[in-house]
Ligand binder design. Structure first.
Ligand code: AMP
Ligand code: ZN
Length: 139
């Protein structure tokens, strides 16, 4: 647990969260400022800032809970789809430094965009540039 982490305080029961599911290593609760009805956050119980800071087992526990909850949330709020996303680091918009997955119910008429909209317009990269990037990630 990290002092002055709001999500650690929810996990410890020090402040109230609207918990919707819990496993040994992960907790899911409603976002306090929902982007749509049913907007849920799924977090590791241990304090980790970024996705890559979690152990593989913790990461699996978080995404297992996302996998289990998504259809339940969709049914509960009669949504048509979900945007499932992580702001992984402050430059990506992460405000709470405790890793979390947003599960955001989407509706046919909600006027929201696809996840591609979050990082601006698509880049025009050459085949060589794409090959170079793929190689530096894979090696
Ligand atoms: P992010 O920008 O990805 O770090 O998102 C943090 C999310 O945490 C935001 O959507 C906030 O609305 C949400 N949030 C902040 N404080 C609380 C809280 N006490 N309970 C539930 N959700 C919270
Ligand atoms: Zn924390």
């Amino acid at each position: 647990m990290s002092e002055d982490c709001i999500f650690c305080a929810i996990i410890a029961g020090e402040i109230t969260g609207r918990t919707v599911a819990e496993t040994d290593d992960a907790l899911a609760f409603l976002d306090a400022n929902p982007l749509s009805p049913g907007h849920t956050l799924v977090v590791p119980k241990a304090h980790h800032t970024r996705v890559a800071d979690m152990s593989a087992a913790e990461s699996r526990a978080v995404f297992d809970l996302v996998h289990e909850l998504a259809p339940r949330i969709e049914e509960a709020v009669d949504a048509d789809a979900h945007t499932i996303a992580v702001n992984d680091g402050p430059e990506a918009g992460q405000e709470v430094p405790h890793a979390h997955v947003h599960v955001i119910p989407r509706f046919a008429d909600d006027d929201g965009g696809p996840i591609h909209a979050v990082a601006g317009s698509p880049l025009e990269l050459s085949d060589e540039e794409l090959d170079e990037i793929a190689e530096s990630i894979s090696t």
